[in-house]
Design a protein around this ligand. Structure first.
Ligand code: UTP
Ligand code: MN
Length: 484
């Protein structure tokens, strides 16, 4: 429950201490109150002053004039019973809102319009009547993946699997645009808290074009989609997806790089061919952890002050991946350029290196910000195939007691680490939407190197991923919620 002292203590201070104080009040119809509980006193002070500096009126006490109550981290039930105890009632112009409304407003420099997703629902009212504004389902789901929490708990697999087959087929045929539309639709469905039961439920959902809707309709009526079945049985699709003949190309695609110089290409082809069977098999979380120990050992041996973190799908909590991604943090400037060759050398001497493609850093601070997004970043990185010893069962055929695993290492300069970590954690679609959101909704440019504010022509510093979300006026999304 809310400590009564919280309010009593506040009341001892003059209520008008900050109201319309030194700062000029720009928005007269909005009067904020930030709930101290969970937010903490110092953060509350910081946010209150930030709002005041932007022309907002912030009350220290919950007076009758307050129009927007903002709370962070409180359970709706507790918050509402406290508010009701204070005699607070929600009306058409009094709102109880998540901190997201506040951060978005700070970022916009004005009170943004209140949307359904901003409300903290009063559970009691919700049970009593459906007339409550937040009972409306529409616009509850954002069209941007970076405003949705997508865990691995997918309640709509029957639809998303089908949409992803369509997307993949289009991609293999080179139709990137239409493919993305299906990927977006699948991604949005993955974020829903429950399975779709009726087609009408899709009415207010974003990211669904007429084609995606038709597929959903067909599956909900017939259990499957004829178009998807057709693709799954199509020779061309199967060849592209599963054939050994294309194995090296699959590996090449897996390499995430499109290095076009011929040496790289032909050795990648050979490596892809030689280790196809192994690298086309998913890598388990156990195998990823075993690799982390190997990578960590090599990195620390080369530079004892460097640290290794897992990124990519495994950081998002996936149980399997097509490779294992690691990011290396080096505290001394310049070390990021020498660490990877040394690590590769060590793997070679341990006789566990099957293939390596080292990409030296082309990072140049003066070339930032990048206005058009490039799929690859400029950091020093390498794409490897590593021999991983099997724990128990040996390969019956050849007495082979290891498997080949794809491993990617990236080593950004220290002051670029946070942006690189965010970028390499993915998912690809989550990051694509985060960058799109930054550009279209916030006038900011985000990539693996930096976050740039076009309005002020400044780079925005970030020590943690939370800082980047805060700069963008977004609620923080944990890595395991970025499986868009
Ligand atoms: P992956 O392709 O490894 O994806 O790239 P994943 O999410 O880990 O999936 P699985 O489990 O391996 O199949 C990881 C992230 O690294 C980014 C990609 O965009 C993706 O989000 N990446 C990759 C970069 O940001 N820059 C690069 O140069 C390469
Ligand atoms: Mn990966």
């Amino acid at each position: 429950m809310f400590p009564k002292a919280l309010l009593t203590r506040k009341r001892r201070r003059p209520e008008v201490a900050f109201v319309g104080g030194r700062e000029e009040v720009k928005f007269r119809d909005v009067r904020l109150f930030l709930v101290e509980r969970r937010m903490g006193k110092s953060r509350r002070n910081f946010l209150s002053n930030l709002a005041r500096s932007k022309g907002f009126c912030v009350d220290d006490a919950l007076s009758a004039d307050v129009t927007h109550v903002v709370s962070e981290g409180n359970a709706a039930q507790e918050l509402w019973s406290w508010l009701e105890e204070q005699g607070f009632r929600e009306t058409h112009d009094k709102h109880v809102l998540h901190i997201s409304w506040f951060t978005e407003s700070m970022s916009a420099g004005r009170p943004v319009s209140v949307e359904i997703r901003h409300y903290i629902q009063n559970p009691a009212v919700d049970q009593r009547s459906c007339a409550h504004p937040s009972a409306k389902p529409e616009s509850a789901v954002s069209p941007y993946a970076c405003q949705r929490r997508t865990t691995l708990d997918n309640h709509n697999k029957i639809f998303t699997d089908a949409l992803e087959v369509l997307a993949e087929n289009l991609e293999l045929c080179g139709n990137q645009g239409p493919s993305l539309a299906f990927r977006r639709a699948a991604s949005m469905l993955k974020s829903l808290p429950a399975a779709l039961r009726r087609l009408e439920e899709t009415q207010h959902l974003p990211c669904l074009g007429e084609h995606s809707r038709a597929i959903i309709e067909e599956i909900s009526e017939c259990g499957s989609s004829s178009r998807v079945e057709e693709i799954l049985n199509d020779e061309r699709y199967r060849t592209m997806k599963f054939s050994q003949g294309n194995s090296s190309h699959i590996f090449f695609r897996q390499c995430k790089s499109l290095v076009c110089h011929s040496i790289s290409y032909s050795s990648a082809l050979v490596a892809g061919f030689l280790f196809y069977e192994d690298i086309s098999k998913p890598v388990s979380r156990t195998e990823a952890s075993a690799l982390k120990i190997i990578v960590e050992e090599a990195v620390i041996c080369v530079n004892p002050s460097a640290t290794v973190s897992i990124t990519g799908g495994f950081r998002r909590g996936k149980e399997f991946g097509h490779d294992v991604d690691f990011i290396i943090k080096t505290p001394e400037a310049g070390q990021e350029d020498v660490i990877l060759p040394a690590v590769i050398k060590r793997f070679k001497s341990q006789n566990i290196l099957l293939y390596s493609d080292l990409q030296e850093s082309t990072f140049d601070l003066r070339k930032l910000p990048t206005h058009c997004f490039e799929a690859m970043d400029h950091f020093s990185k390498c794409f490897l195939i590593i021999k991983l010893k099997r724990e128990q069962e040996t390969d019956a055929r050849a007495g082979k007691d290891w498997r080949a695993v794809r491993v990617d290492l990236v080593a950004p300069p220290l002051e670029r680490f946070t942006y690189a970590l965010l970028g390499w954690t993915g998912s690809t679609l989550f990051l694509r939407d985060l960058r799109r959101f930054a550009r279209l909704e916030r006038g900011k440019l985000l990539d693996n190197h930096a976050l740039y504010d076009k309005a002020t022509n400044t780079f925005l510093p970030a020590k943690t991923e939370e800082d980047i979300f805060a700069h963008l006026g977004l609620e923080y999304i944990e890595p395991w919620q970025r499986n868009a």
